[in-house]
Design a binder for this molecule. Structure first.
Ligand code: HEM
Length: 225
């Protein structure tokens, strides 16, 4: 018992964003950008809204079929990487310690603080309630996005899924709405990160070390409850 305690105490404190998490985050960020850009090219080929065409400079793929190849290729990277992130978040306790619980009262307090320019982000080892909501929200939206994507990819094989969504066109619309929500998250997320550049540096280098006393025995645990 003493030996175990000594070994644990002598371990150097972990970083807020361990290497594995950083790798998964950046793979996710890059693949999400490629998914959206190739998706826009595919959309342009058969638009849902007559008034909406995405500029060619913001799309990926020479023509729609080429964009589709990109979309399917990157989809596997996104899904495999996403599954690793979910497993990591669940089994290391990161989700429980950093992203949960999300309390409505705290969200309201943070919103008021943000609107009155009193939002603090000095403690990088703690996500505020709005960040938690955004992160958990985007994770759930990405999962739904994969499901609606599967439905419109193989509508015959997954006809049950397509009918559950109210038909092919509705599934396609839901996939579009999911994309819009992810793009909105991306814009807010990147703007907030740019407002506090040290968070970007932390996501690149690992960020502050987490004091062993605050780790509650978990490699990633921070100061959060
Ligand atoms: C759509 C693409 C992206 C998604 C879905 C996404 C999602 C996330 C999630 C879920 C987290 C929390 C990770 C955790 O602690 O377990 C996070 C953190 C973070 N992301 Fe992203 N991200 C994306 C793109 C980006 C980009 C392009 C940047 C660069 C500006 C960025 C910068 C950061 C930073 C700095 C953090 C740490 C936040 C902090 O310490 O306050 N992300 N991201």
């Amino acid at each position: 018992m003493v030996a175990i305690t000594e070994t644990r105490a002598s371990k150097p404190p972990r970083r807020m964003h361990p290497l594995l998490l950083r790798i998964m985050h950046w793979i996710n960020a890059i693949s999400m950008i490629l998914m959206v850009m190739s998706g826009w090219k595919i959309y342009n080929d058969e638009v849902i809204f007559g008034f909406l065409h995405f500029p060619d400079e913001l799309t990926l793929g020479v023509w729609a079929q080429h964009a589709l190849q990109w979309h399917f290729f990157v989809m596997w990277i996104l899904v495999l990487n996403g599954l690793c992130y979910l497993a990591y978040g669940i089994f290391t306790g990161r989700f429980r310690r950093f992203l949960l619980p999300i309390r409505i009262r705290e969200i309201i307090q943070e919103m008021v603080a943000a609107l009155t320019f009193r939002l603090k982000h000095s403690d990088l080892t703690h996500y505020n309630a709005v960040q938690k909501l955004l992160y958990v929200g985007v994770i759930l939206i990405i999962i739904l996005q994969v499901i609606t994507g599967i439905a419109i990819w193989k509508p015959v094989q997954f006809s049950g899924l397509v009918s559950l969504m109210g038909g092919f066109q509705t599934a396609r619309l839901l996939h579009f709405i999911g994309m819009a929500a992810i793009v909105l998250f991306f814009l807010v997320h990147v703007s907030l990160a740019l407002l506090v550049p040290k968070t970007i540096l932390a996501m690149l280098t690992g960020g502050p070390r987490i004091a062993p006393t605050a780790r509650h025995g978990d490699e990633d645990a921070g100061t959060n409850p």
